[in-house]
Design a protein around this ligand. Structure first.
Ligand code: F6P
Length: 386
């Protein structure tokens, strides 16, 4: 039996594991809850925790952007939206944009990143991000960086986890917006067309649309015909419900004519994609044109990502943060945490980033919605006997 003084001297002199943590890509409500849980768990395991600011970018300016975290840094952040570490869509270290001779060129700066990681004396890295950031985490793992991943996206389009944190908050926010729109739509006997996020998956539109009592839901998985959308709207007016709510996923597509988008942009840690947006405006214009009804459109945009995470997201994020620290403790690098109810499990990052999860045609939510008379614009409205 050692006395207390010897015990504490040993604890204090023991080299402590040094673990970095970063958030990359677009923010999602619950990031702070993940950071808090991972950092507090790390402290409990006796580690030193280092916050890396602005995603992988932080490793290129470690003096300014890598900071040893204290308990105070993670106090009072559980319920806060955003990320205390900051994040960026730019800066893929493997294809880093630099200006050379006045021209934009892409350079592989990953060796520099790995060098800085080693120089900081870090033993592990917890990377919280979407598919782009996780793909970078995987490449770094292949270069020898001991990394574990935590999936984040409001879009819920990662196949390896049943749900990602941030999704529930985005759906709740969109649902609340639909609640508010009912009264103004009804007062003016208008059609309100609401655009929600979700990239190429219709999860947010479907769940918010059903929960918020939409009449039409347009999702990327079911290309729509504007005639069927208009038929449904006319049917509502004819039965005396003289307003309508249409929810459009930003990635919804016309059966003829495809996707509506804006310019190309970096959407996730250096990955170039078109920036979606504009579908609600187009659909509202077409409805007004075909039906002569008064139509308005609105884009909920980043309101869906900002602000406090819901209880569900706080809990899931906390479980993910804790599980990520446990993966580090157990040396399970190259893995990411995932929800497989009722458990949190781990999957390799490689398999996690392979496949996009879209709403399946067999979804019972779609079946229920259709039987309730909600139109997806893919067929004429069902007869409604009243
Ligand atoms: O992936 C999350 C997401 O919010 C998408 O739903 C949306 O298309 C995109 O990010 C918007 O990106 P940004 O924040 O760069 O405008």
């Amino acid at each position: 039996m050692v006395d207390a003084a010897t015990h504490y001297t040993r604890v204090l002199n023991k080299p402590r594991k040094r673990v970095g943590i970063l958030t990359g890509g677009g923010d999602a409500p619950g990031l702070n809850a993940v950071i808090r849980a991972a950092v507090k768990t790390g402290f409990g395991f006796g580690w030193e925790m280092y916050g890396v600011r602005e995603g992988f970018e932080g490793f290129f300016d470690p003096e300014k952007k890598v900071k040893k975290l204290k308990d105070d840094d993670v106090a009072g952040i559980l319920h806060l939206g955003g990320t205390i570490l900051g994040t960026t869509n730019r800066g893929n270290p493997f294809e880093y944009e630099v200006i050379e001779d006045g021209k934009k060129v892409r350079k592989d700066r990953s060796d520099e990143l790995v060098g800085n990681f080693k120089e900081l004396g870090l033993d592990a890295l917890i990377a919280i991000g979407g598919d782009g950031s996780l793909a970078i985490a995987q490449q770094l793992f292949e270069k020898g960086v001991p990394v574990v991943g935590v999936p984040k996206t409001i879009d819920n389009d990662l196949s390896a986890t049943v749900v990602t944190f941030g999704f529930d908050t985005a759906v709740s926010r969109a649902t609340e917006a639909l609640d508010w729109l009912h009264s103004t739509a009804k007062s003016h006997e208008r059609v309100m067309v609401v655009e929600v996020m979700g990239r190429y998956a219709g999860w947010i539109a479907l769940n918010a649309g059903v929960s918020g009592g939409a009449d039409v839901i347009l999702i990327p998985e079911i290309p729509f015909r504007i005639e069927h959308v208009c038929e449904k709207i006319q049917q509502r007016y004819e039965i005396g419900r003289r307003f309508a709510i249409v929810v459009c996923a930003e990635g919804a597509t016309f059966a003829e004519g495809g996707l509506i988008h804006k310019e190309r942009a970096e959407v996730e840690a250096g990955r170039q994609e078109v920036l979606l947006g504009g579908i609600a405006e187009r659909v509202a214009a077409e409805i007004a044109n075909h039906t002569g009804r008064s139509c308005r459109h609105l884009v909920l945009g980043h309101l869906q990502r900002g602000g406090h995470p819901t209880t569900f997201d706080r809990l899931l994020a906390t479980r993910f943060g804790h599980a990520a620290a446990v993966l580090v403790r157990d040396g399970k690098f190259g893995n990411m945490v995932a929800l497989d109810p009722p458990d949190i499990k781990s999957v390799t990052i490689k398999e996690a980033i392979g496949e996009m999860k879209r709403v399946p045609a067999t979804s019972d939510v779609i079946a229920s919605a259709k039987d309730l008379g909600i139109s997806f614009g893919d067929e004429p409205p069902r007869t409604y006997y009243i």
